[in-house]
Design a protein around this ligand. Structure first.
Ligand SMILES: Nc1nc2c(ncn2[C@@H]2O[C@H](COP(=O)(O)OP(=O)(O)OP(=O)(O)O)[C@@H](O)[C@H]2O)c(=O)[nH]1
Ligand SMILES: [Mg+2]
Length: 196
């Protein structure tokens, strides 16, 4: 048990999330990989998840960290619930299936809707282009274009360089493969610098 505890704190510390008290929403279309990612962060296990029908809240308390993650389903009826959760969150992790090109316009619409909501003004957004283990996945450039994210915040820019005059949320895109455990570590590090 103690071993697990140590192991878990070290994972969180390496993700830069150790001393932070944050509520994070995991959003994105259905099938993007939200539940798979959360399971991995929580149990370090890759399990194949069923589509999420009901909001799933995970509270992870480790040392001084209280990380509350809300995994909301991404299919159309579940999306109506997103609104109920967005008023009190510290960050949004928005997953996109980088293989499913046909649905990129739909993903963009949902992302734009969130970015323009008053409740989320200034809240940092981490966009994850998932499933790059599959050869047909689009490139970072292609995904940036499809999502209208040509002007992101800057991967090298942390909250230390936050420009108050900038309008809107800090937002950045990282490509990743949740099943291969690739790419999201840096992404969470970037995000955590806005959560201290
Ligand atoms: N190839 C590949 N498949 C992945 C990856 N991440 C998730 N998947 C698969 O994508 C499917 C959907 O994953 P979920 O985690 O259930 O997706 P979700 O975003 O929670 O979907 P909803 O709950 O319906 O909103 C599953 O079959 C996963 O195994 C990845 O990095 N690569
Ligand atoms: Mg799910």
């Amino acid at each position: 048990m103690l071993f697990l505890w140590d192991w878990f704190t070290s994972i969180l510390a390496s993700l830069g999330l150790y001393h932070i008290n944050a509520k994070i929403l995991f959003l994105g279309l259905d099938n993007a990989g939200k539940t798979t990612l959360l399971r991995q962060l929580k149990d370090n296990r890759t399990v194949s998840a069923e589509p999420t029908l009901h909001p799933n809240t995970e509270e992870l308390v480790v040392g001084q960290l209280r990380l509350k993650a809300f995994d909301l389903g991404g299919h159309e009826t579940a999306r109506r619930l997103w609104q109920d959760y967005i008023s009190t969150v510290d960050a949004v992790v928005f997953l996109v299936d980088a293989v499913d090109r046909q649905r990129l316009p739909e993903a963009k619409r949902e992302l734009d809707g969130l970015l323009s909501s008053d409740e989320l003004r200034g809240v940092p957004f981490l966009v994850l282009g998932n499933k790059i283990d599959l050869p047909s996945a689009c490139s970072e450039k292609e995904l940036k274009f499809a999502l209208g994210l040509q002007e992101t915040y800057g991967k090298d820019i942390s909250s230390n360089h936050y420009d108050e005059r900038r309008v809107g949320s800090p937002i950045e895109l990282y490509m990743c493969s949740v099943v291969r455990r690739m790419g999201y570590r840096d992404a969470f590090e970037w995000l955590s610098s806005f959560l201290q």
